[in-house]
Design a protein around this ligand. Structure first.
Ligand SMILES: CC(C)(COP(=O)(O)OP(=O)(O)OC[C@H]1O[C@@H](n2cnc3c(N)ncnc32)[C@H](O)[C@@H]1OP(=O)(O)O)[C@@H](O)C(=O)NCCC(=O)NCCS
Length: 174
């Protein structure tokens, strides 16, 4: 997938091998120099919890990144993923890269049979992709609250709850 935007072309790639250092750098920059989210991504890979990972690449350099990881549910199985983190390198923000990554990532999750996705973030941003606070009410997680949203990729997937949701161990320190 290639986009033309203000003379800035970027491509979304599904194979991030060889891009890991650049991805760590852009995540750190997007989060104001803090390393927590870049460490989270590395630990999700190590833990084997990563379900979908996409990078937006411009001129061979990663300029955006999104991760979806597997969530455990109780009392019964629900194919549920967490969207976190989403990052765009500061100089390229506001040009559609984050939205393109979110939409492509949600489509990749749907293709993998993920029934629903949860996210912790600003409803004003994630609402544009269909996430709602209401959909997350069936999910009881460590992050439940006014910024915890969900999106059913399979219609009705979130109506059979409630579920208790456990995040991958990599989230433990956040
Ligand atoms: C949030 C982020 C990923 C968005 O990526 P982006 O490429 O800049 O976003 P897009 O160009 O696709 O979308 C821009 C729109 O999102 C809005 N937006 C950006 N960040 C937002 C936020 N935190 N809350 C609400 N809206 C936000 C912009 O105002 C703009 O709105 P408009 O389309 O109505 O003009 C990026 O700004 C970023 O990396 N921020 C720092 C890291 C972060 O906060 N990540 C999200 C938490 S996991």
């Amino acid at each position: 997938m290639t986009n033309q935007d203000d003379n800035q072309r970027f491509t979304i790639v599904t194979d991030v091998r060889g891009l890991e250092d650049g991805i760590s750098g852009l995540i750190r920059a997007a989060f104001g120099g803090q390393d927590d989210e870049a460490i989270l991504v590395r630990q999700l890979r190590t833990e084997g919890a990563m379900l979908v990972e996409l990078a937006a690449v411009a001129d061979g350099v990663p300029v955006g990144h999104i991760a979806f990881s597997r969530l455990a549910t109780q009392p019964k199985f629900l194919a549920l993923a967490a969207l976190a983190p989403l990052s765009v390198t500061p100089a390229r923000q506001g040009r559609g890269i984050g939205s393109a990554l979110a939409r492509a990532g949600l489509e990749a999750c749907r293709t993998q049979g993920i029934a629903a996705v949860a996210v912790l973030g600003d409803p004003a941003y994630y609402g544009r992709f269909g996430f709602t606070l209401e959909a997350a009410r069936m999910l009881d997680s460590a992050y439940s609250g006014p910024h915890f949203q969900a999106l059913a990729l399979i219609p009705g997937a979130l109506s059979g709850g409630p579920w208790t949701v456990r995040y991958p161990a990599a989230f433990g320190d956040l």
